[in-house]
Structure formats: structure tokens, C-alpha cells
Ligand binder design. Structure first.
Ligand SMILES: *Cc1c(COP(=O)(O)O)cnc(C)c1O
Length: 482
């Protein structure tokens, strides 16, 4: 809504229709130099549409209040320009994640490695052999690009990548279990996040859910007793985002795989987080590893591409060739297939594991393995940029993204006491920076964790903090030298 300037004239109860004549025409607005300056970036048509919207709002405001702006052109142009800045602002932008949550689903999960980013960019900008066999010069399969890599790294017979793990699960159940029963433990009927619930996916796939056991305890006999001639599979879902402690019994992986094999059923293992490195090597709890499930004999193992695997959004299914082939052939495979940028980035990410360089090359693992001394130095430097308004303090980072719930990595944070005491306003101001900086608030202080911030973004963080704290920003050399 636009409120016309109240100084413009006395309100008239019934505005004469000819009052609208004083508003500029769309063409008049578009001929303004500054408005025309928007065309190259946003297109004349979009600007014209916006101009019409703004003029309509003026007409409504005039009709509602009866107040007519005295000199309509200048304010209308100002309004149009302000609106354009708002409307044409890019919506999806890079942000600095200073929350200390490494796999932050709201912030796009895993950042890609330099090689994965470059690989995606290369195929993005040009043509590629996405579905073309270069050797034979004929149509090829987009599934061919990842198959051998997935097999080499996980030990599986075959692999396929789709849009995300939710679609991998939907595809596996649809292709392998439709109109038949799937047995799952009551302790694993979980909600992954954003309303994504395992029972709903199973219903969607056309498989019939058979619940066994209890929330905290499910034994192999529970599964065995539930098998009928309609049973297609046993499904295990890793309870990735919460932990049940105390009187708990989960049926071991190998026992489930053996039972499935004995009774001619498929064993589908949805791991979610998809670890290809052992989290225990980094002082964390064990997170199930893809290759362990493959070795235990799972027919299909499912994982996300952008959780602990550290790649692009994708769903990975590896396992027995015959089961993976059935998934590839299913009509849904087309609907949930991965695009060329995803395949390129995932392939480059998997290569880091194959070359044994994942911890250094893949940002998620680099952040998990970050040197505590270095984190401390960076947090202290950020704090100094705030003058007297911040201290470096011991804190906790988390892995996040539905993996390792409750697990924390010791870190050092920059803890800001905002000059005016308003932590909410201070963190909003951080988010208004370009690029936006997302921090955490705890006990009235704004906490920034260097673990999840790429060192190349440190300058931006320091300058923004200094500016918001009213301190002269550190000079380039001084900051670099410290
Ligand atoms: C995260 C998760 C999913 C969903 O994966 P997306 O890649 O986000 O679709 C499915 N199952 C489990 C066990 C998960 O942890």
C-alpha cells in the first residue's frame, strides 16, 4: 500500500474519476532514465509489469483516501525504484554460516569441494555426454557415470543416484515392494524433518507397512514372526536425528540381512547420513557406514548425497545389481533422476574418497576435523574486531543435518555483547550484510563459530562485526598478519 503525502491536499470524500489523470502513464515511467536503467538486468516487460502494479496501488490509495499527490511523477518513480530493488533482488544467495552447525539443512546442507564445484560448472556451461556413449557414438545412460565409482567405494555390485534420499527410498519401495508387505520396526517409523515421515512414504509407494516390535526394543523374532507370503522386504531406517537411550534393543544389521536372505526377501537399509568415513576417527559416536551395510548383505542401501557424504543434493542407492536395475527401470526413476550438475559434482566428490583425500578436500569433513587451535585463533581475531563488545569463549559445534544427534565438537566462538544489548537486532543486522551472516543467540549474546565459516570469508565477518560494533574495521594487512 502506498500512502499519499498528507500535505498534498485536503481529503475529498468522493474523488473525481478525472483525478487519476494526474498519475503518469506507464510509458512516461519507463522513459525515465533511472527506470530504463533497470531494463538490461531485469527486462523491459518485467519493469513495465511492476510499473503497472505500482500505478494500480496509487489509484487504489487515491480512491480510498481521496488524497491526490500534488506532483505524482517523482514519488511514483521513487516508489517504483524502491519496489524494483526489493522485487528483483536475487532470492537464493550465498550466506556465511557462523552457526557452527556443519550440515545445516536450512542453509543448504553440505558445501561442495572446489573440484566438485568446478566439475558441476564445467558441465553446466556446455554440452556433455550425459546420455551419450562417446566410444560407440550412440545413446548412452546417465546412470553409467556413477555406477563404477559407487561400486568401487562401497563394494556394492551396482549403484544409482537420484534427486535425493527421500526419492531414493520412494523409488526403492515402489520398484521392489509395491502391493506387498514391508516389515519395519516401530522404533524406526520416524519423521526425518520437514514433515517427511517414513510411514507416509511407504503408503505413497503402494507398499503395505507391517510394524513390529516396540519403540525401544525390536528383536529378530519379531521380524521373523511377521513374514507372510505377501512380504517383499525388511526395511531398516537409521534413526538419524534422535537417539533413544536406556532400555533399547535394535536388531543387528547382519541378523536382518541373514533373515531376509533365508526367507527370500529383500533387505533395504536407509542410512540417511551416508558416512563413507568412520566418524569415530574424529572423536564422534559411530555413524553407520554404507560399506558396512553392503558387506552385511543389504540388497539396497540408501543415503543422502549432501549429508556426511559432503556432496550435492542427491539420493544414492547401492546394492545388488538386480535390485538396482529394477529401480532404474521403474517409471518413477525418470521423475526423480539426477541432473548433469548433480552427477558431475557427486562424481568429483566420490573421487576424493577414492583418492583418500576426503578429509582435506571435502568441506564437511574438513570442518569436522578442524584444528581447535586454529578455530581459537580465528575466534579471537573476530572478537578483537568487535573491540570491547566481544570475547572468545569455549563453545560447541554440531554436525547437524540428521546425523549424530546430541554429538558436539568443542570449538571457540566469538561471543558478542551487542553495544545496545539487543542480540536479536544485532543478529538481524548480521543477516542484512552482503553476503548475509547467520549466527546463533545464546543467553543474550550473539555467538559466531568459525568452524563452519570458510577462512576466505573471515575478512567479511571481521569487517561486518567491527562496523556493527562501531569499531574502525581492521585494516587488510593488520588482519592478515595476525
Ligand atoms: C535425511 C534422511 C532422509 C532424507 O534424505 P534427503 O536426501 O533429505 O531426501 C531419508 N532417510 C533418512 C534415514 C535420513 O536421515
Amino acid at each position: 500500500m502506498i500512502t499519499p503525502d498528507p500535505e498534498a491536499g485536503p481529503p475529498a470524500p468522493q474523488p473525481p474519476p478525472e483525478g487519476f489523470r494526474d498519475l503518469p502513464s506507464v510509458d512516461r515511467l519507463l522513459s525515465d532514465e533511472r527506470v530504463a536503467g533497470l531494463f538490461p538486468a531485469h527486462g523491459r516487460g518485467s519493469v513495465a509489469a511492476l510499473a503497472r502494479t505500482v500505478l494500480d496501488e496509487y489509484r487504489e490509495a487515491i480512491a480510498a483516501t481521496g488524497v491526490r499527490p500534488a506532483t505524482p511523477l517523482a514519488p511514483v518513480i521513487e516508489t517504483l525504484l524502491a519496489r524494483a530493488a526489493e522485487v528483483f533482488r536475487p532470492r537464493l544467495v550465498r550466506v556465511v554460516n557462523a552457526t557452527g552447525v556443519i550440515i545445516h539443512t536450512n542453509l543448504g546442507r553440505a558445501p561442495l569441494s572446489a573440484a566438485a564445484t568446478a566439475a558441476a560448472q564445467r558441465v553446466a556451461a556446455g554440452y556433455s555426454n550425459l546420455e551419450f556413449d562417446l566410444e560407440r557414438g550412440e545413446r548412452g545412460s546417465r546412470f553409467a557415470h556413477l555406477d563404477d565409482r559407487l561400486c568401487r567405494i562401497t563394494g556394492a555390485e551396482a549403484g544409482v543416484a537420484v534427486n535425493n534420499n527421500a526419492s531414493a527410498l520412494l523409488l526403492a519401495l515402489s520398484a521392489l515392494c509395491r502391493d506387498r508387505e514391508v516389515i519395519i520396526s516401530r522404533g524406526q517409523l520416524v519423521e526425518i524433518g520437514g514433515g517427511f515421515r517414513i510411514p507416509d512414504v511407504m503408503r505413497q509407494s503402494g507398499a503395505d507397512l507391517v510394524e513390529v516390535g516396540t519403540t525401544n526394543r525390536t528383536y529378530i523374532e519379531d521380524y521373523a514372526r511377521a513374514i507372510t507370503d505377501r512380504t517383499a522386504a525388511i526395511l531398516r531406517v537409521h534413526t538419524s536425528n534422535f537417539r533413544v537411550v536406556g532400555f533399547v534393543e535394535e536388531t543387528p544389521l547382519a541378523a536382518l540381512a541373514a533373515l531376509a536372505r533365508e526367507r527370500g526377501l529383500r533387505f533395504i537399509d536407509d542410512l540417511g547420513s551416508g558416512a563413507l568415513l568412520d566418524t569415530r576417527d574424529f572423536g564422534l559416536q559411530a555413524e553407520p557406514m554404507i560399506e558396512d551395510s553392503v558387506r552385511a548383505g543389504a540388497d539396497v542401501v540408501l543415503a543422502s548425497g549432501d549429508k556426511l557424504l559432503g556432496g550435492p543434493q542427491a539420493g544414492i542407492a547401492v546394492g545388488r545389481r538386480e535390485a538396482i536395475e529394477a529401480m532404474r527401470r521403474h517409471p518413477l526413476a525418470r521423475a526423480v533422476r539426477a541432473g548433469r550438475m548433480t552427477i558431475a559434482a557427486l562424481s568429483a566428490t566420490l573421487d576424493h574418497y577414492a583418492r583418500g583425500e576426503a578429509v582435506d578436500a571435502i568441506p564437511v569433513w574438513r570442518m569436522i576435523a578442524a584444528d581447535p587451535d586454529l578455530l581459537g585463533r580465528r575466534a579471537r581475531r573476530w572478537s578483537r574486531a568487535c573491540g570491547a563488545h566481544a570475547v572468545a569463549a569455549a563453545g560447541q559445534s554440531t554436525v547437524g543435518g540428521g546425523s549424530l544427534p546430541g554429538e558436539e565438537l568443542p570449538t571457540t566462538v566469538c561471543a558478542v555483547d551487542p553495544p545496545d544489548g539487543d542480540a536479536t537486532a544485532f543478529s538481524a543486522a548480521l543477516r542484512a550484510a552482503l553476503p548475509p551472516i547467520v549466527a546463533r543467540i545464546s543467553d543474550g549474546r550473539v555467538l559466531l563459530d568459525p568452524r563452519t565459516v570458510d577462512p576466505s570469508e573471515d575478512r567479511h565477518v571481521e569487517i561486518t562485526l567491527a562496523t556493527l560494533c562501531g569499531v574502525t574495521p581492521p585494516s587488510g594487512e593488520a588482519a592478515a598478519g595476525r
